[in-house]
Design a protein around this ligand. Structure first.
Ligand SMILES: [Zn+2]
Length: 337
């Protein structure tokens, strides 16, 4: 039976929306519908760096828990490839690999504190420890385990923080995708929240593509169904986002990482508001404050994300299947199909 709340049948079962209260939404120029979070939802959030989870989904993470759901946050990198932040911390012009490693470990602890402010215990965080500022390199150049990527910051070519990782994981595209697939299989999310593949930050865009490719393969292998798993995207780095509407005029023409790949596929993505309560907004502010190392370098930018709504793009199954294939073909990847 058609669901009258699905915008003429465009959204699949499992994702419910309702008309927005326009006066409450700063995104009324792009979205006229609100996301409805059901009871008992399993939410998996992928965060390229510590702080993206709070910036993009701090409100959603709290809402899911308030509705008796379960949340897991996956940090793809430790945020250890940030020279400006490291130099500010050590108060020296030249940073050593150890300085970068310690910076990343500090950001992990900040992430744990931020999740605590959002109501999540440490056990609900997974740190994959892949290289900050190197996720796009894994996809584009260092796909195979035979020639792993070495971080120019930490000098490691594999995750250096012990955690729930396979023993032989290297900084290779196949290994990152295998880790993402393992997390998806273990957690079995109803909703997966990822960086939008059109985000201008290479780590963000490529994290989104990696997760979509893992979902595509799991679907083909029969391990996961798009009828049960919904994919939502978020923007952090895009022209004037979120403070003006100029980004909304560009997003439908934007491809992945400056190429035109997948621009047609992604055009027309359905955007949905999540209006936040004052309690959720306060929790989100506290979570962002917990990322204390970022305030001196990015404080103004972080504050832009403490508006009354969060915004998510919904990808349908055709988009999930096509985006990673089109982007892999840009690099002549043999396993693009
Ligand atoms: Zn980030």
């Amino acid at each position: 039976m058609p669901n009258p709340d699905r915008g003429g049948g465009k959204l699949p079962a499992g994702l419910t929306t309702r008309p927005s209260d326009f006066s409450a939404s700063p995104f009324a120029y792009i979205s006229r519908r609100d996301l409805v979070v059901p009871e008992g939802l399993r939410l998996l959030v992928f965060s390229p760096h510590p702080d993206d989870e709070s910036l993009a989904a701090g409100g959603l993470i709290q809402r899911v828990q308030d509705n008796d759901g379960k949340v897991c946050v996956v940090f793809v990198t430790n945020g250890d490839g940030y020279p400006e932040g490291v130099k500010l911390r050590i108060k020296r012009a030249v940073a050593s690999s150890n300085d970068f490693i310690e910076y990343g470990q500090g950001r992990q602890e900040e992430a744990v504190q931020a999740l605590c402010e959002l109501g999540l215990p440490r056990e609900d965080a997974i740190f994959l420890g892949f290289p900050d500022s190197g996720i796009d390199d894994l996809w584009e150049t260092y796909w195979s385990r035979g020639k792993p990527y070495t971080s120019p910051y930490t000098r490691f070519n594999r995750p250096y923080v012990k955690g729930k990782l396979s023993r032989w994981v290297k900084y290779a595209g196949v290994d990152l995708e295998a880790e993402i697939a393992r997390v998806l299989n273990d957690f079995k999310p109803d909703w997966v929240v990822i960086p939008d593949p059109r985000d201008h930050h290479p780590d963000h865009a490529t994290t989104g593509v990696f997760v979509l490719d893992a979902l595509r393969k799991l679907n083909q292998e029969g391990e996961l169904s798009f009828f049960c798993t919904q994919v939502l995207t978020y923007l952090v780095h895009f022209r004037d986002y979120p403070q003006s509407d100029s980004w909304s005029k560009e997003i439908d023409r934007a491809g992945v990482r400056g190429s035109s790949s997948a621009s047609k596929v992604l055009a027309g993505t359905e955007w949905l508001n999540l209006p936040l309560t004052s309690d959720e907004l306060n929790g989100k502010r506290r979570a962002l404050q917990a990322h204390a190392s970022q305030s001196p370098v990015l404080g103004y930018f972080l504050n832009l994300f403490t508006g009354p709504c969060e915004l998510f793009g919904h990808l349908d199954s055709a988009q999930i299947m096509a985006v990673p294939q089109e982007y892999a073909l840009c690099f002549n990847r043999a396993d693009a199909r």
